[in-house]
Write a protein of this length. Structure first.
Length: 102
């Protein structure tokens, strides 16, 4: 009798939250970004606290947090100049979730 092995599809459980927090500098229209293993992306977080902690690493006075939907954050990432090519969920800096936008 043959058996079918049921294995979960990798990555299906790795989804982005519906709402994300990003860092924005209103006067220059700059956003907080991050580079992980050579991939540049718009930094986003599932909590405002995570975004605030990340802001401490950025040497730019006046950074604010913005709550955006996933689709809105994706559009912001697309509008960033190269080398930004992704939206990065940085709840874990050592293992970010990367969503490529181009």
């Amino acid at each position: 009798m043959s058996q079918t092995l049921i294995l979960p599809l990798l990555g299906l459980e790795d989804t982005f939250p519906e709402n994300l927090y990003v860092l924005h500098h209103p006067s220059s229209n700059r956003y907080g970004c991050f580079c992980h293993e050579g991939i540049h992306g718009l930094a986003c977080f599932s909590t405002e606290e995570g975004a605030v902690r990340f802001a401490e690493w950025i040497d730019l006075v006046g950074m604010t947090t913005r709550e955006l939907s996933f689709d809105e954050a994706r559009e912001v990432a697309k509008d960033r100049p190269l080398p930004v090519v992704s939206l990065m969920l940085l709840d874990s800096l050592q293992s970010p979730k990367i969503h490529f936008v181009r």
